[in-house]
Design a protein around this ligand. Structure first.
Ligand SMILES: [Zn+2]
Ligand SMILES: [Zn+2]
Length: 330
């Protein structure tokens, strides 16, 4: 199977969803929720954690908590954790094997991914491979054809019983779980402690900056620590979360299509902008393994540029490129 991942027995994204092709025009109530989300059960643990990080992010409206260094750290974190961790690490490397890299780099990218409150690498990858297999058909964990809110965040906080089963992991991420590094992270929520550790480290760095800036005044140290916590941890995490969720929601509803795929995926420039190229999602569904998601010259894909850079310095190999041009460009 040309578009399979490296493990033939792992169920991967060939985007060959069965069932009738979606028709054009979207009836937002057309698709039922996945069967195994019935009856609806809220996962309060997720609700509490996600609500907390959103509430903390709202503190950014308090002027006292603004510092330029906190803002710079938030923007830098968006690139480091959001792009390197989620877009390049979780998505293009671990899910689709769009390139290979040394184990130390793969694990580093996975650790960066865990700092975004988007679950463990294995769970994320399994859900996403399942999405590709059943895109916009009923088993799809997060199709916005159920309704927009479901596709954006509803699916995150409602139990999908299949996603918790060992058979689901065996089917979709057997390749990943052969590596003890990923297996360990599944136990006792190891990934969540990585998130907490990074939040503490960032807050501490803010305190150090405050110490330097304020000449040792404790009030300044406290203000900078709080500012970095609010901006570089909470605001950045919320921004990256909505960027990823927008790929699932906006990029399956609004935008244009280069390819006639068996789903409603679209190319959306706004999503591409906030998620470092992930918004070229119709291109991605057409050619899931390609490490480049921008297929036309104007479809700027920051993550692809970074992967090219890694290839240039010998850190990325076997980089998968788009196998065909957009028909109208050929
Ligand atoms: Zn999709
Ligand atoms: Zn994908």
């Amino acid at each position: 199977m040309e578009d399979s991942l490296c493990e033939p027995e792992t169920e991967i994204a060939d985007d060959a969803a069965t069932g009738p092709l979606p028709t054009t025009g979207i009836d937002p109530q057309r698709l039922p929720r996945p069967e195994e989300t019935e009856p609806l059960q809220i996962m309060w643990r997720y609700v509490i954690v996600l609500s907390t990080v959103h509430l903390v992010a709202l503190l950014a409206f308090i002027p006292w908590l603004f510092t330029w260094s906190g803002l710079v750290a938030a923007v830098a974190g968006h690139f480091l954790f959001g792009m390197m961790g989620i877009t390049i690490g979780y998505h293009r490397l671990l899910t689709h094997r769009g390139f290979v890299c040394p184990k130390w780099l793969e694990h580093t990218l996975a650790v960066l991914g865990m700092c975004n409150l988007q679950d463990s690498p294995a769970r994320w990858v399994a859900i996403h491979r399942m999405h590709h297999q059943h895109s916009d058909h009923q088993p799809d964990p997060h199709s916005p054809l159920v309704n927009f809110l479901w596709g954006h965040v509803g699916w995150v906080v409602c139990r999908h019983r299949r996603l918790d089963r060992t058979s689901h992991y065996e089917r979709y991420v057997r390749d990943l779980l052969r590596d003890p590094f990923y297996l360990k992270l599944e136990r006792k929520d190891g990934w969540f402690f990585v998130f907490l550790a990074h939040a503490i480290a960032i807050t501490f760095t803010g305190a150090v900056v405050g110490y330097v800036v304020g000449g040792g005044q404790w009030a300044v140290v406290g203000r900078y620590a709080a500012s970095w916590y609010v901006w570089a941890v909470a605001v950045r995490t919320v921004f990256v979360l909505h960027g990823t969720w927008s790929v699932n929601s906006l990029s399956h509803v609004f935008g244009y299509r280069n390819y006639q795929t068996r789903d409603h995926s679209t190319n959306n420039w706004l999503v591409a902008l906030i998620s470092h190229g992930e918004g070229w999602h119709n291109n991605h569904h057409a050619q899931p393994r390609s490490a480049a998601h921008g297929h036309r010259w104007w479809e700027f894909d920051m993550s692809w540029r970074i992967i090219q850079g890694l290839e240039l310095v010998g850190l990325a190999k076997e980089v998968v490129r788009p196998k065909s041009k957009v028909a109208s460009d050929a």
